[in-house]
Design a protein around this ligand. Structure first.
Ligand SMILES: Nc1ncnc2c1ncn2[C@@H]1O[C@H](COP(=O)(O)OP(=O)(O)O)[C@@H](O)[C@H]1O
Ligand SMILES: [Mg+2]
Length: 432
């Protein structure tokens, strides 16, 4: 019997077992459902997956991109296929569960990252799966684009007029973790940075405990360092890593024509973050705040900045589940009033030779390159991670012009020379 199963049978059974358990067991939540199933049955009005879920052949087609679902389902003795409708039902749960357990590798991989199934199979024979591990591998509801869209839509209906909602959405940029492209594993971090990432993720896990013991001074980070050292990328990658929606405040909008409304909009942006919570609120180019505070011109601008600082005071990771990250290339521009808002300043220095080598290795990872990154790292003192990317990009493009995909040491050394020359030309033009 084993091995002769029709392609798609495992998927049909995953869906039937998962939905059956979800329907029956109140303790299972949307976070326990794997995203492919959850997204399909998600109801944007209630922002939940309503019980009971009825499974149709059409659902299987949409979720897994399979065909001939009815034929596949009919071949399974424990599945009932409605003759005139298209509903699929599990007749005997235990038979289905046993069947899936016998499907070896493919089913096991599936169970391992499906918390609903893992909660059942962890007490079953010796499959060696665990609910905790499946939870770790499975993205929760709030990582889904669908969930965030529904949440934002709901928030916007709170506004009396659509224009207000529109203006708020211009001030912020909201991303679902699944849509964030930056990944921590693509970044080279120094030990301080790694330690901080660990602390933040522990703080998030233990919010309730931190509240109980009254430690609220946590979760407001300021990333400080020269341009191109990975501040923006790290903030975004954290969204992906911690599985938190990312709310980016576009400070440049403060100077826009909506100035009169800005203070109000800032409050609304923070309110939005609190409602999306848990989430990351990311304020990039924070030095903007300092510049406007020292310039004398704009009363309204200053009010907006004061509103922003006050809003920062009033948001908390422990209480609201909002992790605040700001980043600046110009820490010297920030006054004490701005500094003291943050409970942790994380430095992003220019990478040393070791880090430069690791960054080069990471960027070159997928590129066919015959190079000695040790030498390249020695040759690139003072380069940021972003500079290293540029150097490699140039080398790749130059090679492509010569119809080559493979690059070698000379390509990169030439690219570095060009880069150095551009820098010195630039410096000369600035001092001239
Ligand atoms: N430590 C690093 N490891 C890997 N890539 C890096 C690192 N620092 C910078 N980069 C790369 O340089 C680019 C620009 O980085 P970014 O995060 O925008 O810098 P910043 O916000 O500090 O100016 C990104 O594409 C990033 O991948
Ligand atoms: Mg940046």
């Amino acid at each position: 019997m084993m091995g002769s199963e029709k392609p798609g049978a495992v998927e049909v059974v995953e869906l039937l077992l998962t939905t059956d358990m979800y329907n029956r067991l109140e303790k299972l939540t949307e976070d326990d459902l794997p995203p492919h199933i959850r997204k399909h049955y998600f109801d944007p009005v209630t922002k939940s997956v309503k019980r009971p879920i009825y499974v149709t052949a059409e659902d299987v087609v949409k979720i897994y991109g399979l065909e001939n679902v009815k034929t596949v389902a009919k071949a399974l003795s424990f599945v009932d296929v409605e003759e005139f409708g298209s509903q699929l039902r599990l007749t005997v749960f235990d038979l289905g569960a046993k069947w899936l357990a016998n499907q070896k590798a493919k089913a096991l991989d599936m169970i391992r990252c499906n918390p609903v199934l893992a909660s059942f199979y962890e007490n079953y024979d010796s499959l060696g799966v665990s609910y905790e591990e499946a939870k770790r591998l499975n993205k929760p509801l709030c990582a889904d684009r669908e969930w965030i869209d529904a949440k934002v839509k709901e928030l916007c209906t709170d506004f009396k007029d659509a224009k207000e909602a529109d203006e708020l959405l211009k001030l912020v940029n909201i991303k679902a973790p699944e849509d964030v492209r930056d990944q921590l594993r693509g970044l080279v971090m120094n030990p301080d940075q790694m330690a901080e990432v660990k602390k933040i993720s522990k703080a998030l896990e233990n919010r309730e405990y931190l509240r109980q013991v009254g430690l609220y001074e946590i979760g407001k980070l300021l990333f400080v360092g020269p341009p191109g050292t990975g501040k923006t990328s790290t903030a975004r990658a954290l969204s992906n890593w911690l599985c938190l929606p990312l709310v980016e405040v576009k400070l440049s909008m403060i100077t826009s024509q909506y100035l009169g409304e800005t203070s109000k909009n800032i409050d609304k942006a923070f309110d939005l973050a609190k409602r999306l919570s848990p989430c990351i609120l990311f304020i990039d180019e924070f030095d903007f705040v300092a510049k406007t505070r020292t310039s004398e011109d704009h009363g309204a601008l200053k009010r907006a900045v004061n509103t922003l600082l006050k809003a920062i005071d009033e948001v908390s990771l422990v209480e609201h589940g909002v992790l605040l990250i700001s980043a600046t290339n110009h820490p010297q521009l920030l006054d004490y009033a701005a500094w003291r808002r943050f409970d942790k300043v994380l430095n992003f220095p220019l990478p040393d030779a070791d880090m430069r080598r690791m960054i080069l290795d990471k960027i070159l990872y997928k590129i066919d390159a015959d190079v000695d990154t040790h030498e390249l790292a020695e040759r690139t003192e003072g380069y940021s991670g972003s500079d290293l990317r540029l150097v490699i990009r140039e080398a790749v493009l130059n090679a492509l012009v010569e119809d080559r995909r493979k690059i070698d040491q000379d390509d990169l050394l030439r690219s570095i020379e060009d880069f150095d020359k551009r820098i010195s030309d630039y410096k000369r033009s600035v001092t001239a």
